[in-house]
Write a protein of this length. Structure first.
Length: 407
């Protein structure tokens, strides 16, 4: 329809142009067209427009009818398609529902099997874990019971230790044992003596005495005695727990007096110059006890008043290490003197050896000269004799090993 309308419009335009051209050709000399001509053109255009309008209305009516038919056909096709799609969707829905039912059933069966398997494994694992835990708890309970028994034994041992420490003699023996272990770890056995009398004619024996180098004929002793005022130290600790300054000061004074009496006894019994050093060592086996003595200023006081040096376990080790270094220094000095003497003797022997070696060299040179003479003269004489022997052999025609003699 669009193409027909376009063709009709083009034809009307061509007719209009033709009419205008005819009018222009008929009256080329006229400047203006007449009214009749314009009327004729207007009538022609009106007729043309009416014809176009009529034709357009007819075409529009035909197009409307055709469009109505097309819509009806499309609606019928859409309805048919909707019905077909509804049927297909129903079929797909039924298929999906059936598939989902089968899948759900299969999944349910698989889940039941998995649940059974998991339950079995969980029960088995739980039983094994419970058994292991029960065995572990039983073992730990036995260990706890054993430890509890050991703790009871330890408590009884502590009680026995307390009873043992309540005896003054037993405490002294323990301090002596601790001091002896320190000496054994640092010094060699020949560097100290045990239970020795350091003063001539005295029956008092010091626990340990370190042998120091003397004037070369004999050694001098450094007395070391251990003391263990445990009860007084415990009284100081108990006073600290009460936070009573007066009680603490009273307990410390008692402890200080006890240590001073120990130092006085050591000075009176064990120090005797020149058989001993002009000082001795008082060993306190507990570091806390030694710290209390330092806090009360007993170190300087005992050194000045009684010529006694206080030492705890740590300071005793340091003191012994210093003494050991001193012993090594003295030994090195003695060995250096011996080495110097050996070197002097070796130098003298080397001088003698150099003289003997020079005489030997002269004799070797003389023998070499004689050997040169012998090699020159005698060698020439032997060579001349051998040449004569070769000539004699040629004259006699002595056959060689490869030649056979003539018969």
């Amino acid at each position: 329809m669009d193409i027909t309308l376009l063709i009709l419009t083009i034809m009307n335009a061509i007719l209009l142009i033709s009419v205008v051209l005819v009018l222009l050709v008929k009256k080329p000399n006229q400047d203006h067209l007449k009214k009749s001509d314009l009327t004729m053109v207007t009538d022609f255009l009106d007729k043309t427009l009416q014809m176009n309008q009529t034709y357009t209305q007819q075409n529009l009516e035909a197009f409307r009818q055709q469009l109505t038919q097309s819509i009806s056909v499309s609606q019928e096709a859409a309805n048919h398609l909707r019905l077909e799609m509804g049927k297909q969707l129903d079929t797909v829905r039924e298929t999906l529902i059936a598939s989902l039912d089968r899948l759900q059933k299969d999944n349910g069966e698989k889940l039941d099997k998995m649940r059974e398997t998991v339950d079995e494994k969980l029960n088995k694992t739980l039983e094994e874990r419970l058994t292991q835990k029960f065995q572990l708890i039983s073992a730990q309970f036995e260990t706890v019971q054993k430890g509890f028994g050991e703790m009871q034994g330890l408590v009884s041992g502590v009680d026995e230790l307390k009873r043992a420490l309540s005896n003054v003699k037993t405490r002294g023996i323990m301090g002596e044992i601790q001091l002896g272990r320190i000496l054994e770890e640092i010094l060699s056995p020949d560097m100290y003596l045990k239970e020795v009398s350091t003063r001539p004619g005295s029956h008092d024996r010091v626990e340990f005495a370190i042998k120091l180098p003397g004037d070369g004929q004999r050694s001098i002793f450094l007395p070391i005695d251990s003391k263990f005022p445990l009860e007084d130290y415990y009284a100081v600790l108990a006073a600290y727990d009460t936070n009573d300054l007066k009680q603490v000061d009273a307990a410390l004074k008692v402890l200080e007096g006890k240590i001073e009496r120990f130092a006085s006894d050591i000075e009176a019994k064990y120090i005797e110059v020149p058989y001993t050093t002009n000082f001795a060592v008082l060993f306190l086996p507990i570091e806390g006890l030694y710290a209390e003595a330092i806090r009360r200023g007993l170190v300087e006081k005992l050194q000045t008043k009684y010529k006694v040096v206080l030492a705890g376990p740590t300071t005793m080790s340091a003191l012994l290490n210093s003494l050991q270094i001193g012993f090594k220094t003295l030994a090195i000095q003695k060995k250096s003197q011996e080495v110097w003497q050996v070197l002097s003797n070796a130098r003298n022997e080397f001088d003698k050896f150099a003289d003997v070696l020079a005489k030997t060299q002269e004799k070797i040179q003389s023998a070499g000269n004689e050997l040169d003479k012998l090699i020159g003269t005698r060698t020439r004489m032997i060579q001349s004799k051998l040449k004569n022997l070769d000539q004699l052999g040629e004259q006699l025609a002595i056959p060689t090993e490869n030649e056979e003699p003539e018969e």
